[in-house]
Design a protein around this ligand. Structure first.
Ligand code: GLU
Length: 505
């Protein structure tokens, strides 16, 4: 079987925004497909019409576009094994349900919701299974003509999978090894409902994985309990030979403790759990997204790739392409991965450093333009190169750098109290004269001349620089003073100093 072509799929149900855990599942599928020269299929599992949310499918597609995860076939990507939207495959499922019925591996059950509820009241932990099915209203207990009559009269029914007692199912999982389950504890899962003529997730999922020639099923741990049933379905259809290999990925855990990561954790601690901002069409609620919060897609990918897997080295920064050969599904952890969202912020910072000043400046430029409509890109690049190592997000640059573009009109009271001494006005007036006399206003030249002057006057360099900073910045922050003055230029530097001396006295 090793020569089998690798084909994996990401198969979300369009029930809302794509959770960040789903993004990681898709990413691992992508890496696995690429490293084996295989195919990644995008399938929409929309057989549960009650949970269908308009816009969810488009949202998911846009998310992957933003993240740079490319599918080879599937909904909106083409391919010759479609349709890839399950709601468009009804006829196919009906055929396979019939096949199981004909083989006696599934049966028709007429029990109404009320009857089932009555059973639940009567028997504690009631389960529709090998022990109870003989006492229920189904095609195993009713005469054949009665079954036909009920169907002809339009009574609603479901098709259930007949799980044989006394057997053991083996799930071979690439991450968890051999998982064995006794069939006695499994219930006869519903595979098809006459009411909407639609299959359930289990049936549709297996039929499609088979018909789409899926070789590996890589999905979240929450699907592990379904895996024995899926193995039994493969066997019931006689498809053991091409049964995919399973790999159930570790759960994403809360950042601060045990339990599954939830949207509430994000709301509580202030990080997004969705790739893109999501506008819930039902409630109108808006949930933040990594894109809108200013994360780079590369940073999100890098962060997620290391949640549940690591390359076994100290290296932490990887591009998507670099991850492809390194990723190893068998080295994924079984234990849940703590969603350390601060690490995501750290990755974003690293990508700010990694990207060129020009690239970051291009993103910062429109923000600067909002405040100063005639700023030039060149000046924004200069500021970016001085300041980008101090931020994790481009949006943090403006509050930090606005003084480069807008002269201070007020002076921070606390800083002034501490830094503006009795002689500051006089010293700044002298410094103004020194600066005035400099023709070559380059950083190095200013620095040399100003230092000479400070030495000659026997001033304290720290005091001079602190007061000077207050005049140019309006507070006690910012990069080196000569970086600032060189950027502002002689005229603007002196203008700001004059004004500060006037105001501060
Ligand atoms: N439709 C399922 C989901 O929403 C797919 C699970 C699987 O990959 O088998 O995740």
């Amino acid at each position: 079987m090793s020569e089998r072509r690798v084909r994996v799929r990401f198969a979300p149900s369009p029930t809302g925004a794509l959770h960040i855990g789903g993004v990681r599942t898709a990413l691992y599928n992508y890496l696995f497909a690429r490293q084996h020269g295989g195919d990644l299929v995008f399938r929409i599992e929309d057989t549960d019409s009650n949970r269908f949310v308009p816009g969810a499918e488009e949202y998911i597609i846009e998310s992957f576009k933003w993240l740079g995860i490319q599918f080879d076939e599937g909904v909106s990507f083409g391919g010759d094994k479609g349709p890839y939207r399950q709601s468009e495959r009804r006829a196919i499922y009906k055929e396979y349900v019939q096949q199981l019925l004909d083989a006696g591996k599934a049966y028709i059950a007429f029990d109404t919701p009320e009857e089932l509820e009555a059973k639940r009241q009567e028997i504690t932990n009631f389960q529709y299974d090998c022990h109870t099915r003989g006492k229920m209203r189904n095609s195993l207990t009713l005469p054949k003509d009665e079954v036909e009559r009920l169907i002809a009269e339009g009574h609603q029914y479901v098709v259930r999978f007949k799980i044989e007692a006394g057997q053991e199912v083996l799930v071979n999982d690439l991450i968890r090894g051999e998982v064995r389950v006794k069939t006695d504890i499994l219930d006869d899962k519903v595979l098809f409902k006459s009411a909407d003529q639609l299959p359930t997730y289990h049936l549709a999922n297996i039929v499609d994985d088979h018909l789409m020639e899926i070789s590996h099923v890589i999905r979240g741990e929450e699907w592990l309990p379904s895996a024995p049933l899926h193995v039994l379905l493969y066997q019931a259809f006689g498809w053991e030979e091409t049964m995919p290999q399973f790999a159930h990925l570790p759960l994403l855990l809360k950042p601060d403790g045990k339990g599954k990561l939830s949207k509430r954790d994000g709301d509580r601690l202030g990080f997004p759990v969705f790739p893109l901002e999501w506008h819930d069409p039902k409630t109108g609620e808006v949930s933040s997204g990594y894109r809108e919060q200013g994360y780079f897609p590369e940073a999100v990918i890098n962060f997620l790739a290391l949640l549940g897997w690591n390359p076994g080295t100290e290296q932490e920064l990887f591009t998507l392409d670099e991850l492809v050969p390194l990723f190893d599904i068998s080295k994924c952890s079984k234990a849940g991965a703590r969603f350390a969202y601060e690490k995501g912020i750290w990755f974003n910072h690293e990508y700010i450093l990694k990207k060129s000043n020009e690239e970051i400046a291009q993103l910062f430029f429109p923000i600067v333009k909002e405040h100063c409509s005639d700023e030039t890109l060149e000046r924004v690049v200069a500021v970016t190169s001085m300041m980008k190592d101090r931020v994790s997000f481009v949006k943090e640059l403006w509050p930090l750098c606005s003084f480069f573009f807008v002269a201070p009109t007020e002076y921070d009271e606390k800083t002034a109290k501490k830094r503006w001494k009795d002689d500051s006005a006089q010293v700044m007036t002298e410094l103004m004269a020194v600066l005035e006399s400099i023709d070559d206003f380059s950083l190095e030249n200013q620095e040399r001349i100003v230092h000479e002057w400070v030495e000659q006057k026997e001033y304290k360099l720290g005091n001079v620089m602190n007061a000077w900073r207050l005049t140019l910045v309006g507070e006690g922050k910012g990069p080196g003073m000569f970086d600032i003055s060189a950027f502002l230029g002689k005229e603007e530097t002196i203008r700001r100093m004059k004004r500060a001396i006037e105001v501060l006295g």
